[in-house]
Design a protein around this ligand. Structure first.
Ligand code: A2P
Length: 339
């Protein structure tokens, strides 16, 4: 059996990766439709050696589509997800528009695949930093419940889209030529700099990105009582995010036990060479499917605390790959509207 798929936001950083993954994972496609804004209509993208023409999204776009992979921003998802569902598609949405909606499952396939069965047409792909963190924390949480998570993130430009990645390259080149960097996509120059995450600030002093890590992790884990706090920072890295994570349990969790668990955890690769001070790095996580985890150590400030460090490709497992895995899950469990 094969399926009719549409990518909404096909020209973006995540959209182009979705295209690549549909090809490399040999997703059973009956048809593939590329949708973006008017700006891209008529342009082409390569898929399996063929040039596919991009269409401007409209209410005619979703007839005869089984799965919509949406990655064109929250506003676009809000406009089109309902239309696509009414036409019989299941929408896997990469934006934050529906993630906290109680009718919308929020899924990391390695963590809560069972939630997919509850969908009513829309399934949300979690925030990238959240996805990466849950892959490392969930397997430990299964053995001993985590009671508190303190995370600090080092987030790449890709999270702000293809244009932000391009901007960092242009800024870097300008600085190397002795010129002033120009910031148009991101609020401040990122090249040779960093700044607290640029998502909107809330009235409790946390930016929205930080609250996504708190609220989405609780929803995915199905556990509202885990205490979580995060500080999110944008760094001049192109496409992989890094996270320093401090975990607290009710009883001590030995680093060796955590290492043994994580070396067998799905979607995770243990990367540690203590002699060489060699641990996960964003350049090595870029382009990989696995989240690289390492530097697992006892927290010397707390007997029941554990420290770890991870890097994961923001565009891949943080977005496009997770979405494709959700699509594969829907196919495997026969959870599409059209059966
Ligand atoms: P376009 O290239 O036509 O602007 P990124 O996350 O890398 O910034 O990419 C955003 C994606 O969302 C692009 O594919 C972009 O298409 C698409 N997009 C942005 N706004 C709209 C819109 N109003 N309708 C459809 N697609 C949109």
């Amino acid at each position: 059996k094969s399926y009719r798929v549409a990518i909404l936001g096909a020209t973006g950083a995540v959209g182009t990766e979705l295209l690549e993954l549909l090809e490399s994972r040999n997703f059973p496609l009956a048809d593939l439709k590329l949708l973006a804004s008017e700006r891209s209509a008529g342009k082409t993208l390569k898929f399996k050696g063929e040039n596919l023409v991009i269409e401007a999204v409209s209410d005619r776009s979703f007839a005869n589509v089984d799965i919509v992979l949406a990655s064109a921003g929250g506003g676009t998802s809000k406009t089109w997800a309902g239309v696509a569902v009414d036409k019989g598609a299941v929408v896997i949405d990469n934006s934050s528009a529906f993630r906290m909606n109680p009718d919308v499952p929020l899924i990391v396939p390695e963590v809560n695949p069972q939630a997919a069965a509850e969908h009513k047409g829309i399934i949300a792909n979690p925030n990238c930093t959240t996805i990466l963190m849950t892959l490392a924390v969930w397997p430990l949480h299964q053995v001993k419940p985590v009671t508190r998570i303190v995370a600090a993130t080092y987030q790449s430009a890709s999270g702000a889209g293809a244009k932000a990645m391009e901007e960092v390259k242009i800024q870097s080149s300008a600085i190397l030529q002795g010129q002033q960097p120009v910031a148009e996509v991101l609020p401040y120059p990122l090249a040779f700099n960093l700044f607290p995450h640029n998502s909107p600030m809330t009235d409790i002093g946390y930016c929205e990105e930080e609250l996504k890590m708190v609220n989405e992790t609780r929803k995915i884990f199905g556990s509202q009582d885990i205490r979580i706090t995060a500080t999110c920072v944008r760094v001049p890295v192109l496409r992989a995010h890094s996270e320093a994570i401090n975990l607290e349990f009710d009883t001590p969790f030995s680093p060796d036990e955590a290492r043994a668990i994580l070396s067998n955890a799905p979607g995770v690769k243990l990367v540690e060479d203590w002699q060489k001070n060699y641990f996960p790095m964003p350049i090595e996580a870029s382009g990989k499917d696995e989240v690289l985890v390492g530097r697992i150590r006892q927290d010397i400030s707390h007997p029941c605390g554990l420290e770890l460090w991870l890097c994961g490709d923001q565009i891949r497992k943080g977005a496009a790959l997770n979405a494709i895995q959700i699509a594969e899950l829907l196919v495997e469990k026969n959870l599409l509207q059209n059966g």
